[in-house]
Design a protein around this ligand. Structure first.
Ligand SMILES: Cc1ncc(COP(=O)(O)O)c(C=O)c1O
Length: 404
């Protein structure tokens, strides 16, 4: 159950088990993902026969294209899919390099591309390769919660900058120039807002980081899911930046755990040694699937059209239902909203909405330690019919709520 103190149900059940004398490390004291608690509660309600609309989790509702799955099946009949090189399968690294040509008209030497187990493993590699314990990394809030949790678990320190709605919840040149951190991490489009940096903004953040001798890390995992046309990669502006990307979102391969990192050429060997020791290699089957997906005839852009439609429906309805101060998302599949017009705090509001309407959304506490108790995130990676039905249910609930 979600509770006001934001303890997860998992934590609570752990407290009921016998006392253990082993000491846990300070760096392991990271926050749980509240979104997982919402998911668990939603699936319990679903098991009891309730109709649930999942708008809590940032995951596409489709899987790998069938042609790619068939090719993987055939491959697995001929190949034992054992360990690969720690850097990833050369054919996949080349294909990812081709993606940079296609998407950004950029030549990225495949030698600079390291395949990872999702972008999550790429963050571990980047933070380990570029920082020492005690180093600081500047991140903006609201932001993807794992950033600060990975940073803490590696004995680094996050320097958190509370971004403003006026700056569309993105870091600014000024926030970098004032920072004392060793590195900075930006995401565009970002989670939980879906907001992108413009070409000029990204370029100026990179320049400011360079001026301050800060390592610049760009999380580009929502690239491809863009409602305004083009995405800009940090690699267009500077060779000495670190870019992290993933097959999870645009290519819908969340559970296959496949991502990549692009590093300056001299860092490939450093990352390789870390990857060998930390992970051996990403799953070979997933790497092959990634290769087949990049060759697939599937039209991934169809999903973008669906997300755009979902976004428009939400942007039309949510402000009329008390969800305010929304910055229009440029991409990804999220809307972040202020709930200060409601008396309830986000954890309680999310529970109330789940119980009364069956619509599962995420409390903002995951994304913003200061202001998240007054915000929520809607994920619109579900179908358009589900989004329409969610708005119908929320409208009925809201009429009763404001009159209660
Ligand atoms: C901004 C952002 N970065 C990174 C990740 C991690 O994704 P994965 O490890 O599946 O590539 C997520 C997941 O939702 C995310 O939202």
């Amino acid at each position: 159950m979600l509770n006001k103190n934001c303890k997860s149900s998992y934590q609570e059940t752990q407290n009921l088990t016998r006392e253990c004398k082993l000491k846990s490390s300070k760096r392991s004291a990271v926050n749980p993902f509240l979104v997982m608690d919402v998911m668990q509660e939603a699936s319990e309600l679903e098991k009891q026969g309730n109709s649930i609309i999942h708008m809590e989790i940032g995951q596409p509702n489709s899987g790998a294209p069938i042609d790619a799955l068939n090719q993987l099946y055939n491959k697995s009949l001929q190949d034992n899919l054992g360990y690969s090189s720690a850097l990833g399968l050369p054919k996949l690294r080349e294909k990812i390099s081709d993606l940079y040509k296609k998407r950004y008209k950029l030549f990225i030497d495949p030698k600079r591309i390291v395949v990872t187990s999702g972008s999550s493993a790429a963050f571990v590699l980047a933070f380990t390769a570029f920082f020492d314990p005690g180093d600081k990394v500047l991140i903006g809030e609201p932001g993807y919660p794992s950033y600060k949790n990975i940073i803490k678990s590696l004995s680094l320190i996050s320097e958190i900058c509370s971004t403003s709605i006026e700056n569309r919840f993105q870091l600014t040149e000024d926030s970098i120039l004032k920072s004392t951190a060793n590195g900075v991490l930006v995401a565009s489009p970002a989670n939980p807002t879906g907001v992108s940096l413009t070409r000029e903004e990204l370029n100026s953040l990179i320049k400011s980081a360079k001026k301050r001798k800060m390592t610049f890390i760009s999380d580009e995992i929502y690239h491809g899911l863009n409602f305004n046309g083009q995405d800009f990669s940090a690699l267009e502006f500077d060779e000495d930046v670190i870019v992290i990307n993933s097959f999870s979102k645009y290519f819908s391969l969340t559970g296959w755990r496949l991502g990549w990192i692009v590093v300056p050429p001299t860092f490939t060997r450093i990352i390789e040694k870390l990857a060998q020791n930390l992970f051996i290699c990403p799953a070979n089957a997933s790497q092959n699937l990634g290769f087949f997906v990049l060759n697939s005839s599937a039209n991934f852009d169809e999903k973008v059209q669906q997300y755009r439609k979902n976004k428009d429906i939400l942007m039309d309805h949510l402000p009329k239902l008390g969800f305010i101060n929304i910055v229009k998302p440029d991409g990804a599949f999220y809307i972040y909203a202020d709930i200060s017009q409601f008396k309830l705090e986000s954890v309680d509001l999310v529970r109330e909405i789940l119980e009364k309407t069956g619509v599962a959304i995420t409390p903002g506490n995951d994304f913003d330690s200061l202001r998240g108790h007054k915000t929520v995130r809607f994920s619109f990676a579900c179908s358009t019919n589900e989004v329409k039905e969610a708005m119908r249910r929320l409208s009925s609930w809201y009429k009763l709520y404001i009159n209660s």
